[in-house]
Ligand binder design. Sequence first.
Ligand code: GUN
Ligand code: ZN
Length: 442
Amino acid sequence: TVNYTQALRGQFFDITQTGTRPDELLANARHHEDGLLFLNDGIIVALLPWEEGCLHLRGENDYVDYRGKLILPGFVDTHLHYPQTEMIGAYGEQLLEWLQTYTFPVESQYQDSSHAAKMSAFFLSQLLSNGTTTALVFGTVHPQSVEALFSAAEHLSMRMIAGKVMMDRNAPDYLTETPEQSYTQTRELIQRWHKKGRLNYALTPRFAPTSSPELLAAVQALREEFPDTWLHTHLSENSAEVEWVKSLWPESESYLGVYHHYKLTGKRSVFAHAIHLQDCEWDCLHRTESAIAFCPTSNLFLGSGLFNLKQCHERGIRMGIGTDVGAGTTFNMLQTLAEAYKVAQLQGYRLCASEAFYHATLGGAHALDLDDKIGNFLPGKEADFVVLDLAVSPLQKMRHANSRDIFEKLFVLMTLGDDRNIWHTWVNGKCVWTRDTLEVAA
Ligand code: GUN
Ligand code: ZN
């Protein structure tokens, strides 16, 4: 017998094992046209085909009826900035000018806790309305920015990793701190929030150019003191940035070498972008089991370059998808996958639907070292998932009717889909967002 508190009936798709080879992913893809998912207090107990599952129901209709909908594991966004929500779509600049012109002025507002609280609520409802249930998030330099975000995420029981930005040079005075302040304030936040419920802390030096050697030494000290925290930063996004790092750190053999020198590589280290890498940097990422966040909409929007997905796979490097809002242009993972496909196309690599959805779910969880907790419907996983409407427009309906199998349906979903396709979002065994009400229901 199955011991359950809730059951849901619908169409299900997930990938049951980590890996990156498309043939392996296909072999581990699981699809139930008509399935029954059993939950017990927010934890997945079983996913069975209807004919088998219905024998375990306590009553004939003892399930939430999602027939006609597709249920996927909740999306995992491995890199974005919540304070940049309000400046998404800023015109005309590449990375370094974009930071000076748009980003830093907006981030200054997060010294105000009430602004941070208001924007945290808005940000989380954006994630949920796009089916994203876990994210690795940048705050601003102000501890109150992260305080507000963690409080709001705790309220929703979301599995969330975030951190306060650490930076002490090459940014306006109003956003810089001393290494000592950075150390003390970060330490306080770790003690307050790391491993509190489903929340985790990421040490968040912005990137090498805004870090002095002393600041990176402070990050290293914190990582040694709290080895199970995450490390989240940017790496080799833009050519001018790479040149700048060379001039600031002439003794380092590479950009990644700067972080590696302070022992900031490793499992649970997540580097956003990684576009302009030397061979030795790919090797180092692999050796240290570090992860990359691939952010296609951001890379195209800022004209940063094309991430080399093929190389990433050949080297066996952990990788997840990031929206990178607000340089990225959407919170929506379907649209982000569509752009990832095009970035791969431009380099002669074919990103199939099972691989794309793997990256958005279990692969992202693996990049964040959370694949034992989230990412698919295996027993023991936390019940975070998204209920999708496969066809919400006349065009989608027509194209959907012309699709042969689940893989074609998924590919069309990522190519034509957007937030209208997100019907319900469940977090920790509770429906926290529904399209019918267009608001956070929790
Ligand atoms: N590099 C350093 N800071 C940032 C940021 O806020 N956004 C992006 N895309 N790259 C960065
Ligand atoms: Zn970023």
